[in-house]
Design a protein around this ligand. Structure first.
Ligand SMILES: [Ca+2]
Length: 520
């Protein structure tokens, strides 16, 4: 994941306009999307011909639902049973899909963890408030690194609607005091602040642990077994990041000595929260670190996966199976408490899978974590609410993480979020199509960029000029794809449809001019 995090790179693909006095966190930016109108209109032109939007009769629940938001970490598009994977059993997540709505074109706001979560929790493109890059390791503890307090998070919004809120698991939106999750709208917090965490601390009892190393002992290559269940691997050519350095598991701010496998601990804490707060509306964000590295699989789970010959893949599979079991345990708790009719489940991944690192598949999409191709930003996503959403359906509309806050706002009867790049997608989840025009989806992270409007997408592909000296600017090339015909982004249509490319580029540039420079 390190190689996906050009945290120090501050150049954007095209220079963002310097906005004199344009404080995007200020009240001007908080107005509903009137400033987006020209862009939306332009986007309307670009995406023609488009499917006519259908009017939607939105059903409403008698009461505000509990909201359980499952975030999987680095789970690729192609790894769940319901996404077509026959190798790794994920019956509980599959059951959520079978009794809910599975979205096949759901996008996160960035191809890696931290900015993706910033976009999800605020309903905004994270570059609007300078949250462009992915801080890792000790950078999480630098001053100023974190989700700006001026932003309104989903948790703060729901608190304002009378909800009790909890984050259980990974935060990764700032590791210092001003950015603590309890200062961002979460009443309760159990978890850790950095980008990753060991699932089981040394001496790694009961798990098989495979750690990345740049150099193996004795000049060996490949895998080096220290014990039967602890090995080094040089498959990535770098050392395992220092995940647990100054990154304790915390209850609020108090370090705890967690003994359970971390995925199980996250399920245990989630169940305890549901049991305690069953009588009030709650927002529970279950933020798994699975299936993010380090690779640590419970041996009892791995024993059930012996059909997977490769050890690397089997450890990954065990991590996913235990993530699935944790989802099952939490859903069962909701059932046992008699809350199923009052609970909306959302399941998604924060970004695509890093295939070389984890074996995680993004099939049939191109690219993976860190990439602006579909495999980096299009992720599995399920919505499930008993009797309120149709069971066993597939939503093929273009939807995304920015839509979740506006969608929840409508469900809980609160005012619209003050500013969002998303829309209420409930009609689409009901199978009635989007009731309003989908605003463009925009991405920028250093030299990477993309935009989706209707069936079209542009992706910035930068490459150094042949024989270019160090001072020369890399060549810039925007690729154009028609995703309805080419979801795998195999055919660049930039030369064939130059006008289409220019129109999308115009939308991208107009949006880009609204973004802030990186704040870290
Ligand atoms: Ca991630």
């Amino acid at each position: 994941m390190n190689n996906n995090s050009p945290r120090r790179a501050r150049s954007s693909p095209l220079p963002a306009a310097h906005r004199s006095g344009a404080n995007l966190i200020g009240c001007q930016a908080r107005l509903p999307n009137t400033r987006l109108l020209p862009i939306v209109l332009l986007a309307l032109l670009v995406c023609l011909p488009s499917t006519p939007t259908r009017s939607a009769e939105v059903s409403t629940s008698a009461r505000s639902p509990n909201i359980v938001l499952f975030i999987a970490d680095d789970l690729g598009y192609g790894e769940l049973g319901c996404q077509g994977n026959a190798q790794i059993p994920t019956p509980f997540i599959d059951q959520l899909a079978a009794s809910g709505v599975r979205c096949t074109q759901f996008y996160v706001t960035a191809p890696n963890c931290s900015p993706s979560r910033a976009g999800l929790l605020t309903g905004r493109f994270p570059t609007r408030f300078g949250y462009e890059f992915n801080p890792i390791g000790a950078i999480n503890e630098e001053p100023g690194v974190g989700l700006p307090g001026e932003e309104t998070t989903m948790a703060e919004y729901l608190q304002g609607a009378g909800y009790t809120t909890a984050l259980i698991g990974k935060w990764h939106l700032g590791g210092t005091a001003p950015f603590h999750p309890q200062r961002q709208g979460f009443d309760l917090f159990y978890g850790f602040l950095h980008e990753g965490h060991y699932y089981c601390p040394p001496p790694y009892a009961g798990v098989t642990t495979m750690l990345r190393r740049r150099v193996l002992p004795d000049g060996k290559r490949g895998r080096y077994f220290i014990t039967r269940d602890l090995l080094y691997s040089d498959h990535m050519g770098h050392d395992e990041p220092d995940y647990d350095a100054d990154n304790p598991v915390l209850r609020s701010s108090q370090p705890v000595d967690e003994k359970d496998y971390l995925t199980d601990a996250i399920a245990r804490e989630s169940v305890a929260f549901i049991e305690r707060y069953r009588s009030v509306p709650f927002f529970l964000c279950v933020s798994f670190n699975a299936v993010h590295s380090p690779l640590q699989g419970k041996q009892e789970t791995m024993a059930r996966l012996e059909h997977i010959e490769d050890l690397h893949r089997r450890i990954f599979a065990a991590m996913l199976v235990d993530l699935d079991a944790a989802v099952g345990r939490i859903v069962q708790c909701i059932e046992d408490q008699g809350l199923r009719r009052d609970t909306l489940f959302i399941f998604l991944s924060d970004n695509g899978g890093p295939t070389a690192e984890l074996t995680s598949s993004n099939q049939p999409l191109r690219g993976g974590k860190g990439s602006m191709y579909e495999g980096g930003i299009r992720v599995p996503c399920i919505f499930n609410w008993h009797e309120q959403l149709p069971a066993g359906t597939v939503c093929t509309d273009v939807v995304g993480a920015v839509d979740i806050l506006p969608t929840l706002a409508r469900r809980v009867g609160g005012p619209p979020p003050r500013s969002s790049d998303g829309i209420d997608i409930w009609p689409a989840l009901l199978g009635q199509g989007l009731s309003s025009q989908r605003p463009p989806l925009y991405w920028r992270q250093g030299m990477r960029a993309a935009l989706r409007v209707g069936d079209w997408k542009i992706v910035l592909h930068r490459r150094r000029q042949r024989n270019a000296g160090p001072a020369e600017v890399p060549a810039e090339h925007w690729e154009l794809f028609h995703l309805a015909n080419d979801a795998a982004e195999q055919t660049d249509l930039a030369d064939e449809h130059p006008q289409q490319l220019q129109q999308l580029l115009g939308v991208w540039r107009a949006l880009d001019a609204e973004m802030q420079e990186p704040i870290f």
